[in-house]
Design a protein around this ligand. Structure first.
Ligand SMILES: C[S@@+](CC[C@H](N)C(=O)[O-])C[C@H]1O[C@@H](n2cnc3c(N)ncnc32)[C@H](O)[C@@H]1O
Length: 228
């Protein structure tokens, strides 16, 4: 699994990279308003990182492919500090380094290059909110419960979360990105309210080629309590 993602980055097979902030995030970022530090797991080199920082949030992303982390900073003309940090490598720039979206100063950006499942709360530091686009849906079904368990350890219960999923006929088209149906999302976030904010036709080439309809869905929820 890890090797496949690293190969995708090496070979430029990164159609998931949108190259601009996700429209659903832009329209629903208010759900995260007031949160100081936002976790973006499996972040790639997403423009969503810069967008969230421009909104004034401190942003912490976790990404397996160090190549993607380096590309993010290079593409934004940013020179991060780089330091080993336990099992990951931390790339950081301070606040005020991206153009702010409003009167507030843009937030700091820290990208941890390494395995999400190796990141502990001590390594990550405090976070106040979660933004998940193309992270949950990047994982096969058997990795989703461990992914949620790790999120529950990293993000406090009650913290706001924006989660973007795809829904399509998984029997007709394989992942990634995988289809994560609303019922599964509700089960993963059991104990928290889950509200569908918006859905729109999803632009997945593999679905289009197979004539399978796909919707991209944006949910507002909160982190449930950690499992005992
Ligand atoms: C579908 S991409 C989405 C990237 C980003 N969220 C976006 O919206 O463009 C999934 C990303 O997760 C990364 N990834 C996969 N497994 C990971 C893991 N265990 N730890 C950290 N990153 C991982 C991959 O390298 C890839 O960049």
């Amino acid at each position: 699994m890890a090797d496949e993602w690293l190969a995708r980055w090496r070979e430029g097979r990164t159609a998931f990279h949108e190259g601009r902030p996700n429209d659903l995030l832009v329209r629903h970022a208010a759900h995260l308003a007031g949160s100081r530090r936002v976790l973006v797991p499996l972040c790639g080199k997403s423009e969503d990182l810069a967008f969230l920082a421009a909104c004034g949030h401190d942003v912490v992303g976790i990404e397996l492919a160090e190549q993607a982390v380096q590309a993010f900073f290079a593409e934004h003309d940013l020179t991060p500090s780089v330091a080993p940090h336990g099992p990951v490598v931390a790339y950081r720039v301070g606040p005020g380094m991206v153009r702010p979206a409003g009167p507030a100063t843009s937030g700091a950006i820290a990208l941890l290059a390494g395995d999400f499942f190796a990141v502990t709360p001590e390594l990550l530091g405090p976070v106040d909110a979660l933004y998940d686009r193309a992270a949950l849906v990047a994982l096969p079904p058997e990795l989703r419960p461990p992914y949620m368990a790790r999120l529950r350890a990293l993000v406090p219960a009650g913290a706001p979360a924006l989660v973007i999923t795809y829904e399509y006929d998984q029997a007709a088209v394989g992942g990634p990105p995988f289809a994560v149906l609303e019922a599964e999302l509700r089960a993963l976030y059991a104990g928290a309210a889950v509200e569908l904010l918006e859905e729109r036709p999803g632009g997945l080439a593999k679905c289009a080629q197979s004539g399978v309809s796909v919707s991209e869905r944006c949910f507002a929820t909160r982190l449930p309590d950690p499992r005992p």
